[in-house]
Design a binder for this molecule. Structure first.
Ligand code: ATP
Ligand code: MG
Length: 246
């Protein structure tokens, strides 16, 4: 794992016309690292993710600085999948590559490989409305991975899925992360997901400030979910979240 800095966020505050969402938040993201963001509903997790993606709406006023140490290719996976219903599964995955002007035969091959890896080889010509929630989310993941991003940003990517599908996709994401050199940031409401997918767990409070960034020792361990370290980490975070949600 490299430990160079990827992005430095200093004293960031974000104000929407009627209310503020982030308050004086400072954070450093490192190369090839994994972060998860936990915090009460409405505390500003999505706002922070959009600030990192540089996708905040025009109406938002931003104070403080966000500096990437190099030009970054970012990919964002949203809760509602963001698929085009009138394009097939394969076309959805190929779209960002097409927009980048990549050679179509190569792109097709890598897209098919990813879709096969995610168990979607039988659905290449299907349209998203005919897929289940878990299948749609896998298409959205394949699309974001096919771009080969430096920074993978995910906003509650698995919240609509049943427990087993969710765990399988979390494992797919972790294996993908391990096979690349990207940095990933995942927003979640689930403590277990935060501990499974984050080497560092960022905890925010209702005021939109960073309370603590916990380094999670169980991250990436073989059978992490069954380990004592994993349970201890979940208990510590549950206590902290209770405190900040008061
Ligand atoms: N586009 C917007 N315009 C105005 N206010 C907004 C906008 N987006 C978010 N907000 C407000 O900013 C605050 C933080 O919202 P945000 O979506 O970042 O929270 P969140 O932590 O992601 O919440 P949740 O866990 O429910 O998804 C909320 O009070 C919300 O109403
Ligand atoms: Mg949100």
């Amino acid at each position: 794992m490299k430990s160079e800095l990827l992005m430095v966020i200093k004293d960031l505050s974000v104000h929407y016309p009627k209310r503020s969402a982030i308050h004086h938040l400072s954070l450093e993201l490192k190369e090839n690292d994994a972060y998860t963001i936990l915090g009460p509903s409405g505390c500003g997790k999505t706002t922070l993710l959009y600030a990192i993606a540089e996708l905040l709406p025009k109406a938002a006023t931003i104070e403080g600085t966000r500096l990437a140490t190099r030009p970054l290719k970012k990919s964002l996976v949203l809760q509602d999948y963001g698929l085009f219903p009138w394009k097939t599964v394969l076309e959805n995955v190929l779209l960002p590559l097409k927009l980048e002007g990549k050679k179509s035969s190569q792109s097709r091959e890598s897209a098919m490989h990813l879709l096969k890896h995610l168990g979607l080889e039988g659905h290449l010509e299907d349209y998203p409305p005919t897929l289940s929630g878990g299948q749609k989310q896998r298409v959205a993941l394949a699309r974001s991975w096919a771009m080969n991003p430096d920074l993978l940003l995910m906003d509650e990517p698995f919240s609509a899925l049943d427990a087993m599908t969710r765990e399988r996709l979390q494992e797919d994401v972790l294996n993908f992360y391990k096979s690349t050199s990207l940095t990933m940031v995942t927003v979640t409401h689930s403590i277990e997901e935060a501990v499974f997918l984050g080497r560092h767990v960022i905890v925010m409070n209702t005021e939109g400030s960073l309370v603590k960034m916990i380094t999670n020792k169980s991250f990436g361990m073989e059978d992490a979910r069954e380990s004592d370290l994993f349970f201890e980490q979940c208990i510590e975070l549950r206590k902290l979240l209770k405190e900040v949600s008061k």
